[in-house]
Structure formats: C-alpha cells, structure tokens
Ligand binder design. Structure first.
Ligand code: ZN
Length: 197
C-alpha cells in the first residue's frame, strides 16, 4: 500500500477471502477506528444474512458494530448521504448494482469499505467481488487456516452436498480449506479428485 493517505477524494477498499478468514473482524476494526476519529459512518449488510443479528454486523470472534440491514444495493446509496465512511459486509449477497453504488459513493468523496467472499463454495469467483476488486484502490485478501492440513486457506468447503450457490450457514456447514484439500462438487454425487503435486 502506498504510504500516502488520500485527501479530499473518496476511494474503495475491498477486504475479501474465504469464510473464517477474519474479513468481518477487519471491516469492524476499520469502521471503529473511523468512529473513534469522529467520522460519520453508515454500515450495511444484506437482509439475507440473519445468522447473528439484524441490527449489528457480528464477526465469528464476536466483535460487533451497529448496522442497517438492506434488501438492495440502491438502499445503501439512499441511506449514505451524510456518511464520511460507508461499510458493507457480505457483499457477495448483493447484485451487480453494488458496483455502481460503490463507484458513485467514492466519486462523491466517501471512503467505501466492502467485505465479502471472493469465491463461492466451488471455488469460482463470486460476483460482484471480482468487479469490485478491479475498481478498488486498496485490496486486502484475508487467509484462514485449512482445517485438514494447517496450510493457509483461501477456499470455503461446504460440508453438505447442496449445490445452490447461496446457502447461509457458519461452522455447521462450512469450513476453511486450502486449494489442495478443497473438494469441488459439480453435481451432488461427483467429487473432483486431486493428486498431490
Ligand atoms: Zn489443506
């Protein structure tokens, strides 16, 4: 990261990685620092994510910060008018309109911090995160630890054979895996076998 802090302009930061990699924890840390600096924050998450709380973003390590649950990215634009800093969690659950919303907020001089999964359960890029990575000024990739072998893990293993892209859950149905230990189910029956290099 360049050691120059932008002045008088907005920008986009993306925090992405697998589940259990500390994305939400890092998002909350940045937003709390902004609040300590007396900046006005507006913090959002999609209403689909009801695992912990409707009024807070909560990390697996139980850090939390007040947030607004919204059903669409356009609501974020409407509710961010007075904010200096806009935080968005679970960005992979928003549609592609989130890209324009983030661009417009940054163009209006706001600092926009977006956290989300960069790959789905099968290891495919999870829209709209790839597009947000392309337009962001700052990118942080967080890594978890593979539960099978202890290597750095950037994939999310789904432990059920459900092949819907969005299945909301936590430790009950997901775990972090490295690229070798991650098993891809193209169909419920099929497992793509891999050889150790
Ligand atoms: Zn592994």
């Amino acid at each position: 990261m360049l050691n120059i802090v932008p002045k008088g302009i907005g920008w986009i930061e993306v925090i992405c990685g697998s589940m259990f990699s500390g994305k939400t924890e890092e998002l909350i840390r940045r937003l709390k620092r902004a609040e300590y600096a007396r900046l006005t924050t507006a913090i959002f998450k999609p209403i689909i994510d009801t695992r912990y709380s409707q009024e807070h973003i909560v990390s697996h390590s139980e850090l939390k910060i007040a947030s607004i649950s919204v059903t669409s990215a356009s609501e974020i634009a409407d509710l961010s008018t007075d904010a200096d800093v806009v935080g968005i969690d679970e960005a992979q659950f928003f549609d592609e309109n989130l890209i324009d919303v983030c661009q417009n907020l940054a163009n209006k001089g706001k600092r926009v911090i977006v956290a989300g999964l960069d790959q789905d359960y099968s290891g495919k890029p999870f829209e709209p995160i790839p597009q947000l990575l392309a337009i962001a000024e700052y990118i942080t990739k967080t890594l978890a630890i593979c539960v099978k072998c202890g290597n750095p893990a950037n994939r999310t293993q789904r432990l059920s054979r459900n092949i819907n892209r969005v299945v909301v859950g936590a430790e009950d149905i997901y775990e972090a895996r490295c690229r070798f230990c991650h098993e891809v189910y193209h169909t419920p029956e099929q497992i793509k076998r891999k050889e150790r290099p």
